[in-house]
Design a binder for this molecule. Structure first.
Ligand code: GDP
Length: 320
């Protein structure tokens, strides 16, 4: 598989699509080339605003991204949409990033939409999404939207790779009914109550107040006090005002966000080291069986987890 770097840097969507296919490849033989493409992209990356967007299915994520993405393009931006999709059997396979969900945006030459890669674990998807983000930035996309479903671990992954985290909400229902855990609200820099139109407009305003009060009791630190906003993704109400406030967030947090990205890169590195060691252990029969023995001992309360881990790692690093 060959990637035309000059076409990629010129922003050609086909070249970007091909580069992402390369980094998503699970073939060992593709990995070296994927690394070299990523290395070539690194100096050209980092210039975008990275926005995480979460919300339960049906809240209007794709409708919002369709409206917001088109608005951004009108403002002269180039928009990339990536999905981190916990496509477990429980949710019936992939539920995000489907191109048909954002029909107009996907046809726009200034937008690039990439569904979540199929058949790899959530952790694996998160790594690929981080890599795809670097490629998209090198291709000149200056707003990256990373979409996920508000149902579990994936929003922590997304928050750890973005500058700003937005949770979309339905008008009306309380937290429990929305299936949103409080932990997710703690990640949110923006809570956006969608569908503030027609019959739902009044309820949406009540919901906005409800969350505004709820945020007051959460303990936030840093340069930004999270805000709750109303939008209608179908009428466009509130989209422009949201963007203005997002730019304010970016300007106000410039120094913090720069440092946060440095820390995110380190965290990513450490995660890869941890996973690499685990993978290596599992791949070698000798160590796989040592792991199994240790697990049995722990389950039978014959060994403590710290002791088992310390002795296994000591042997591993001595002998490998
Ligand atoms: P997703 O599963 O979070 O991506 O949700 P969708 O974008 O597919 O939207 C779910 C449903 O809500 C669709 O029927 C949309 O037409 C509707 N919807 C989305 N945004 C709005 C909005 O701003 N106002 C109204 N009235 N309906 C909306």
């Amino acid at each position: 598989m060959s990637v035309d770097l000059s076409a990629l840097f010129a922003g050609q969507r086909r070249a970007l699509a091909k580069a992402i296919t390369l980094i998503e490849s699970t073939r060992e033989s593709d990995r070296a080339q994927a690394m070299s493409v990523l290395n070539a992209c690194l100096p050209r990356s980092g210039q975008s605003l990275r926005l995480g967007i979460s919300g339960v299915p049906g809240v209007g994520k794709s409708t919002f991204i369709e409206a917001f993405g088109q608005f951004l393009i009108q403002q002269g931006h180039r928009v990339c949409v990536l999905a981190v999709d916990p496509s477990s059997p429980k949710y019936g396979g992939s539920i995000l990033g489907d191109k048909t969900r954002m029909e107009k945006l996907s046809r726009d030459a200034h937008a690039f939409i990439r569904p979540s890669p199929a058949g790899i674990t959530l952790g694996g998807v998160a790594h690929r999404t981080r890599e795809s983000m670097l490629l998209a930035e090198a291709a000149g996309y200056d707003v990256i939207l990373v979409e996920t479903v508000g149902v579990g671990q994936s929003e922590h992954d997304v928050a750890s790779m973005t500058d700003c985290f937005l949770v979309l909400m339905q008008p009306g229902a309380g937290d429990e009914l929305q299936g949103i855990k409080k932990g997710i609200l703690e990640l949110a820099d923006f809570i956006v109550v969608n569908k503030a139109d027609g019959e739902l407009a009044r309820t949406a305003e009540q919901t906005r107040l409800h969350y505004q009060n709820a945020l007051g009791v959460l303990n936030h630190t840093g340069f930004w006090t999270p805000v709750v906003r109303l939008v209608s993704s179908t009428t466009g109400l509130g989209i422009e005002a949201f963007w203005e406030q997002l730019q304010q967030y970016q300007a106000q947090g410039a120094a913090t966000l720069k440092e946060r990205r440095r820390q995110q890169a380190l965290q990513w590195f450490h995660q890869l080291i941890d996973e690499g060691i685990q993978r290596s252990l599992h791949a070698q029969p000798k160590w796989a069986s040592a792991l199994e023995d240790a697990r049995t001992q722990i389950l039978n309360a014959q060994q403590t987890p710290p002791d088992a881990a310390a002795s296994l790692l000591a042997d591993y690093f001595k002998l490998s």
